[in-house]
Design a protein around this ligand. Structure first.
Ligand SMILES: Nc1ncnc2c1ncn2[C@@H]1O[C@H](COP(=O)(O)OP(=O)(O)O)[C@@H](O)[C@H]1O
Ligand SMILES: [Mg+2]
Length: 249
């Protein structure tokens, strides 16, 4: 894994990534860097390969060619044990939340702690669970089941579960999809608050312009399988390229 010589390396470096499914060439030559402390937004049409990109970064999917370095380490060269360690440092929040319906909120939050064999888990699990719930303002839900909570509350719990291992990087796949605009905005504000508290870096896939405005340090436009344009919200909005500005109307 990384040593001190990698300190200056980007947190995530994706270079010339190619992913195809038969003749569907999804990512053609995709290159991005995520720097320490940055919130990088990925904008792209439905089916453009945004989720595929995130799955490649955490090693759930293997690209045809190209390179993905996380903390300086090539993801495809990690042993299963190293990959597991990497996943404890890189949290991800799926659109579906992926909460276990048959487990209480407490059990859902304990799950990553057990899975990653966090040291002294028996002594500290309850404390970590309560800290995570306090972070998202839902201290009183520990004994409830996911189905008893609203969509916005379930998203907060999914966020709490992602944060419980104190990841250095978080990958968000459409964190506000399916939520009403006000709840979506609250979730983004919470994401930003927690990002500042824990000094995380993040890649955020979203169509939600409110979320882009709240979170973005920088935006990458994924069009035709490449990083078609990159810049701040204001910079991209002013480009005289309809394929870019269409996203901001
Ligand atoms: N496991 C898979 N097998 C075949 N095709 C896939 C698979 N995963 C994704 N695709 C295709 O890759 C393209 C990009 O998918 P995805 O990354 O999910 O898009 P989005 O940008 O909406 O997240 C789509 O055309 C999708 O059908
Ligand atoms: Mg997707």
């Amino acid at each position: 894994m990384s040593n001190e010589t990698n300190i200056a390396t980007d947190v995530i470096q994706v270079s010339h990534l190619k992913v195809s499914f038969l003749d569907n060439h999804v990512l053609k030559d995709f290159t991005i860097q995520l720097k320490q402390g940055e919130n990088l937004i990925i904008l792209g049409a439905s089916g453009s390969g945004k989720s595929v990109l995130i799955k490649c970064i955490i090693g759930l999917m293997v690209a045809d060619s190209g390179s993905i370095k996380v903390f300086g380490d090539e993801v495809t060269e990690l042993t299963p044990e190293e990959l597991n360690k990497m996943r404890a440092k890189v949290g991800f929040l799926f659109q579906s939340n992926a909460l276990y319906d048959s487990m209480t909120i407490r059990e859902n939050l304990r799950f990553p702690l057990i899975r990653h064999w966090v040291k002294n888990v028996r002594e500290t699990a309850e404390e970590l669970v309560m800290e995570a719930l306090t972070n998202v303002g839902l201290e009183d839900t520990a004994d409830k089941f996911p189905s008893e909570l609203s969509g916005g509350m379930q998203k907060r719990i999914a966020l709490a579960r992602t944060l419980i291992l104190k990841p250095q990087v978080i990958l968000y796949d459409e964190p506000t999809a399916g939520l009403d605009p006000i709840t979506g905005k609250e979730i983004c504000q919470l994401m930003l608050e927690l990002q500042k508290k824990y000094h995380t870096s993040s890649i955020i896939i979203t169509h939600d312009l409110n979320c882009v405005k709240i979170m973005a340090s920088r935006i990458v436009m994924l069009i035709d399988g490449i990083c078609y344009a990159t810049g701040t919200f204001e910079e991209l909005k002013q480009l005289k390229d309809k394929r870019v500005t269409d996203f901001f109307d």
